[in-house]
Design a protein around this ligand. Structure first.
Ligand code: COA
Length: 170
């Protein structure tokens, strides 16, 4: 099985990200959201420039498999895992897990104590498997539709405090 590679987003990735965004909502979100809801969700990429800006403003990672870009995820601000989308043709091969894992590590390295995500119903089991705990249900207005999601958080243990220095007399 080929390895999943991760790298930072470049502006030239925006078009492919929009394609992944739309295809994943259409094909991987269809068990939890009806056609009208998926259309409203997908419409968030109707303005490609605004979508590209959203990706540039966040810390966005691109996942590649077999040399092709197959998924992306964003860390918004210090502690919000905002977007996570995988090409349906490459789903269930660990790409989503690799992206979550990388953003968790980055957040931890930045000293964040808690990382949150508003997980779609399709992504909720994956977040649970990755240590996120459901906090509350939300209904989000998108166009003329309401979509449910769940705010989930993963809390990191604080590193143990260093013991006080011992003073020795000679
Ligand atoms: C949610 C989403 C990002 C998951 O991406 P993914 O790459 O398929 O995720 P993974 O492969 O890491 O995990 C998916 C499942 O495949 C399983 N899996 C992982 N690697 C696997 C492998 N090599 N073989 C078989 N199954 C595998 C995982 O255990 C997981 O199972 P679960 O759903 O029961 O928890 C993707 O389905 C998606 O884009 N959905 C639509 C958009 C969406 O809802 N985004 C989230 C917004 S918050």
């Amino acid at each position: 099985m080929s390895a999943i590679a991760l790298r930072p987003f470049l502006p030239s990735d925006a078009r492919r990200c929009i394609e992944i965004f739309r295809n994943s909502i259409e094909e991987l979100g269809n068990e939890d959201y009806d056609e009208d809801q998926r259309e409203a969700w997908s419409a968030r990429a109707d303005d490609p420039a605004a979508f590209a800006e959203r990706l540039s403003e966040s810390l966005t990672l691109i996942a590649s498999l077999e040399g092709a870009s197959v998924g992306f995820a964003t860390l918004k601000g210090l502690a919000a895992l905002d977007m996570l989308y995988v090409d349906p043709a490459f789903a269930r091969r660990g790409v989503g897990t690799a992206l979550i894992d990388a953003l968790v590590r980055i957040a931890q390295a930045r000293g964040v104590e808690k990382l949150s995500a508003d997980a779609s119903d399709s992504a909720r089991p994956l977040f649970e498997r990755n240590g996120f705990v459901a906090q509350r249900r939300n209904l989000v207005a998108m166009g003329d539709q309401w979509l449910g999601n769940t705010t989930m958080t993963r809390t990191f243990a604080k590193p143990a405090a260093a013991p006080p220095p011992t003073t020795t007399r000679h």
